[in-house]
Design a protein around this ligand. Structure first.
Ligand code: HEC
Length: 234
């Protein structure tokens, strides 16, 4: 294993926490996705697949308590923050220009691995953002390009992000599934965190998308065209 692979594995294993009643595990590691080379991206996608989380109903608090999985006094929470903006990232051409590029679905199939951390596509990936298996068939190239190149231009209904600050200084970004006691928030990678109301300092709706910017995913205009070609081929 390369030093980098080892480091990723370590960072991910540190963040593992139980989310369900049947011993399934999810991890949250926004850093794992900020990596630049295809090798590293592949690593993070691999972990996402391994830790695939089924979508489930979230009225599980009672059974979680019964299994000893939810104890408001002992809940372990982890910070999940949006990655910082990439400084001096090359500006992408306008959506219409990217839409004109000839995409290669084979290249796109490899490049789409960075999306698995947040999207289910066929049998791969985690449901955090919308499922994308049939999205490509239903939408125009322009809509697809815009969704990837400018994630915050339109935010899909029901997938709006929030930032929760806890009394002990953690920042947890994700989608709020329940805003009562406990607050339940689904974070990138599928990690679901259960936050006792007494530990919630503030809840602020995000104005930007929870989806990472192309520069944070290492996407160029051509990779976007390739991914779009792949999604359209499904
Ligand atoms: C960090 C998580 C994350 C990553 C990584 C990510 N997305 Fe998203 N994506 C989201 C979320 C959350 C939404 C819903 C909010 C929005 O519309 O911005 C979304 C929305 C979308 C949509 C719009 C879907 C709809 O139903 O309107 C498309 C298309 C999309 N993403 C494609 C991609 C592709 C392709 C990649 C990989 C290059 C990718 N995303 C990577 C989180 C992510």
């Amino acid at each position: 294993m390369t030093a980098l692979a080892h480091d990723l594995r370590h960072r991910i294993s540190k963040n593992i926490s139980p989310i369900g009643t049947s011993g399934e595990f999810a991890y949250s590691s926004p850093q794992a996705l900020m990596v630049g080379t295809p090798d590293e991206a592949e690593m993070s996608a691999e972990f996402v697949i391994v830790s695939k989380v089924e979508d489930r109903e979230y009225d599980v608090i009672t059974s979680m308590k019964a299994y000893g999985l939810y104890d408001p006094e002992k809940v372990k929470l982890v910070s999940v923050e949006m990655p910082p903006e990439v400084k001096d990232a090359p500006k992408l051409p306008p959506v219409a220009e990217i839409a004109k590029l000839q995409g290669d679905p084979k290249q796109g199939e490899a490049a789409v691995a960075v999306c698995y951390a947040c999207h289910r596509i066929g049998k791969n990936g985690v449901e955090f953002g919308p499922e994308l298996t049939t999205f490509g068939k239903q939408q125009t190239t322009e809509v697809l390009v815009e969704a990837i190149a400018l994630p915050s231009a339109t935010i899909s209904h029901g997938f709006e992000g929030s930032e929760v600050k806890t009394t002990d200084g953690l920042t947890i970004t994700g989608m709020i599934l329940s805003n009562s006691d406990p607050l339940i928030i689904k974070c990138m990678g599928g990690l679901v965190q259960t936050v006792p109301k007494s530990r919630v300092a503030s809840v602020t709706p995000m104005t930007k998308s929870l989806m990472y910017e192309p520069s944070q995913l290492g996407l160029t205009a051509q990779t976007i065209a390739d991914i779009v070609a792949y999604l359209k081929s499904l």
